[in-house]
Design a protein around this ligand. Sequence first.
Ligand SMILES: *Cc1c(COP(=O)(O)O)cnc(C)c1O
Length: 403
Amino acid sequence: MAKLNENFGNLKKNYLFIEIAKRIKAYSEQNPEKAKRLIRMGIGDVTLPLAPVVVEAMVKASREMGVKETFRGYEDSGAGYDFLREAVSGYYKSFGADVSPDEIRISDGAKSDCGNIIDIFGSGNVVLVTDPAYPVYVDSNIMNGNSVIFANSTEENGFAAMPDKSVHADLIYLCSPNNPTGSVYTTEQLKEWVDYALENNAVIIYDAAYEAFITEDNVPRSIFCIENAKKCAIEICSLSKTASFTGTRCGYTVVPNDLIQKDSKGNDVRLCEIWGRRQGSKFNGVSYPVQRAAEAVFTPQGQKQCRENIKYYQENARIIGSTCDELGIKYTGGVNSPYIWLKCPNGMDSWDFFDMLLNEIQVVGTPGAGFGKNGANWFRLTAFSTHEKTSEAMERLKELLKK
Ligand SMILES: *Cc1c(COP(=O)(O)O)cnc(C)c1O
């Protein structure tokens, strides 16, 4: 009999979005007419299409694949074509982070690498995750049999948990701008985390999937904008939210050459080497047309076109934020992120608030409880809808809460 990985039994039962879908389905079956006016501001998926230069590059590369002379099979290294790794390196340079092409590996997205990176770490690590957090960090560690401790992101600290120097950690997951809270770490705050990691000989796994949404000056776009971060951090990034690649699939992970840990015999191990070995054994790279499409994102024209989409979402975030201001609802996010994280009125539980919005005004958001215990009375709205629907949803919310 095949023995199973029984760690799966330790995962939380209902995945958040499955439960949400179930409640929407039940509501729609009972209220078919009202369900027609549903406005979805729940799932964190983009809605605007790929930029024209990106499509052009993907079409051109696809045609090359159909011609004997330009056809490409397996990529030599599987780490990503030089043209794309150089483009990503140049992008890092544009906001003051020094990342060389050989420190970058192209992936099929940030979610896979957030999970896969665990392969290079052993068992028994103290894994620190902020609460609330993107569920992948906790779930993938539970699947591997690791236990997790939490750093609390709360109203008091602006949903930006800071290190507790009396607690030791070996692995630290940080996400800024944050999903779900939209909060960010400033340069000073991130430096505190880097110092803490260095003191603990810990490794930070930094999820920068929303870096392109940053508008404020003192908020770093990469952890590698912080001095000495290359000695303690891995950064995982994605074109999903930056350039509408959620269905196209492309991201990149930076494991710096200077990131070294000791093995149990006291020998130095460069993490980029074992990560390269892991990927070499289990991953065969991203398709050529997608890598050409990704390259186009980093051209001046690509940047201009992608920024227009991001500006569109940012306007939605502004509409949601100003509605909350008007209603006296506390929230974080929106300024450097496509998420608004708001406090449920009158101390309501987040699933009750979810049901209320669904039943009373047919607006769907995401209950904060799904992201951790500190989200129990908080609620996430996304800025990925249209201006029209966002405004309409906010009008309905005003009417409901002013009653
Ligand atoms: C959307 C998102 C990602 C991106 O995942 P992909 O697999 O690249 O689509 C990564 N991290 C967080 C926190 C996200 O919300």
